[in-house]
Ligand binder design. Structure first.
Ligand code: AVI
Length: 323
């Protein structure tokens, strides 16, 4: 379908993403030699709420640092990206950070993309009400599987906005693939504005994933409660311990749930045995150097146009242009 940007300011496109099968993925993940659960399952309602709380903690620097970088460099960001683009945000959630860009960037339209249909609709409509001049075209999709646009727009530059270092939750191979898909979506001359967490002193990293208030531990353990709630599992969250550490060789934070005792857990007819000290891997969060991320971006078919970093060199925001 080819269409010009419609005069109707709010539109909703449902690309009918396959809803992931939580039960099948959990059973497969827990049956593996190294038990693991995909990090996307953190984000049920309770998990999303806990993540928002993590972002407010003293120790979790990425959110406030990225916001600071965007605020401090907004003029240069706008000059670099250019106005009047089609601004696309895969995995837009509450569209919080894009609000920092909209008034200055004045995109022709903003396309938030999210798998959570009702949440997306609510947040996109809120945004359209808040920015009375903005075209908001919400797209319900699973960006990890399908990054097609719902319509073709000729002669408008497309820019993807991918903040928060979500790219770090993919392995480097997967991250390369995500960037390539984004490149295909934005096309020649299109670009990506992306937030990437940087390698740093391991104590700072350790603290960020082990906040004193315990929100990250609750966020991690919420996976166990979620399996109990939704799958009828019988995990006792008290018998598992939040474990997050920096793996310096792999340049990544690893989050695990460690069994504190020998125990068995049931889901349907499946029995999972955990010896004391056995772990369930729940998340990787890769940390890059500016140079390593640039190499990855180049491999994915982008040219790095500009990188903004905070004065403490904690976090980076890159503008990449598709070659
Ligand atoms: C969403 N993602 C980039 C966060 C991160 O830092 O990897 C998720 C998170 N996990 C624990 N704390 C925050």
């Amino acid at each position: 379908m080819t269409e010009s940007i419609s005069r109707q300011r709010y539109q909703f496109y449902d690309l009918h993403p396959e809803t992931a099968d939580f039960r099948a993925d959990v059973i497969q993940g827990l049956s593996a030699d190294a038990p693991a659960i995909l990090p996307k399952y953190f984000y049920d309602e309770a998990g999303s709420h806990l993540f928002a709380q993590i972002c407010t903690t003293e120790e979790y620097y990425p959110t406030r640092t990225e916001v600071g970088i965007i605020r401090d460099n907004i003029d240069e960001i706008v000059v670099t990206l250019g106005k009047q683009c089609l601004l696309i945000e895969p995995g837009s959630g509450d569209s919080y950070k894009v609000r920092l860009l909209l008034d200055a960037l004045r995109p022709i339209a903003y396309l938030p993309m999210d798998i959570s249909r009702l949440y997306l609709q609510a947040e996109a409509q809120k945004l359209a009400a808040e920015f009375s001049w903005l075209n908001v075209h919400a797209v319900c999709n699973d960006f990890t599987r399908n990054l097609e646009l719902p319509y073709k727009v000729k002669s408008t530059r497309k820019i993807a906005f991918f903040p928060g270092s979500t790219i770090g939750n993919f392995s480097p191979d997967q991250a390369l693939n995500v960037l390539q898909e984004m490149g295909a979506m934005v096309g020649t001359d299109g670009g990506v504005l992306i937030g990437v967490d940087l390698q740093k002193d391991s104590q700072i990293l350790h603290a960020a994933y082990n906040d004193k208030a315990g929100y990250t531990a609750q966020f991690n353990k919420n996976l166990l409660s979620r399996m109990n709630r939704e799958l009828g599992a019988d995990f006792n969250p008290d018998y598992f311990k939040h474990d997050a550490f920096f793996n310096a060789q792999q340049h990544r934070i690893e989050m695990h749930l460690l069994s504190e005792t020998n125990q068995q857990v049931h889901i349907d007819e499946h029995v999972f045995s955990f010896e004391k000290g056995r772990s369930i891997l729940t998340e990787y969060s890769y940390k890059y150097t500016v140079e390593h991320f640039q190499q990855l971006a180049e491999k994915a078919g982008f040219e790095r146009i500009k990188t903004w970093v905070d004065t403490e060199q904690l976090f980076s925001v890159h503008y990449l242009q598709r070659i």
